[in-house]
Design a protein around this ligand. Structure first.
Ligand SMILES: [Zn+2]
Length: 132
């Protein structure tokens, strides 16, 4: 799926509640875009939905959309009966980090990855695969 170009969505909300943020995330996943949150007060960027900045506790948050590209910061391999699973911390090009599964055989730290969306437990969620 083609990724939408980088854009910022300003909902004009000074103090969104967590449910509004989570709903926005699920709506974004359904459209194939990866959201994150920018703190207007301190510039912190983070992925996990929160109604307060974890760094400065400001409620002046802005919902943004990532390019969906990043690099593997760290990873672990989990061996299961169904096959190996790679669980990674991904440093996104915008500067925030998130955890996700990465698809690919020769995954290593520093590899470039791209988000894709897939259904799990009845909803769409972000996963990553190696770029190129
Ligand atoms: Zn902040």
């Amino acid at each position: 799926m083609e990724q939408e170009p980088f854009r910022i969505i300003d909902l004009g909300c000074k103090g969104m509640n967590l449910k509004e943020i989570v709903d926005f995330y699920y709506m974004s996943f359904d459209k194939g875009s990866l959201p994150y949150i920018c703190c207007e007060a301190c510039g912190n960027k983070f992925y996990y939905p929160r109604s307060l900045c974890p760094k400065c506790h400001s409620k002046q948050l802005r919902l943004c959309t990532s390019t969906g590209k990043g690099v593997i910061f760290s990873y672990t391999r989990i061996n299961r009966k169904e096959g190996q699973l790679i669980y990674a911390i991904i440093e996104m090009n915008e500067g925030f980090r998130m955890y996700s599964n990465v698809e690919g055989k020769n995954v290593d730290i520093g590899n470039e990855v791209q988000v894709y969306f897939s259904e799990a437990r009845g909803r769409n969620y972000p996963f990553f695969r190696l770029l190129g």
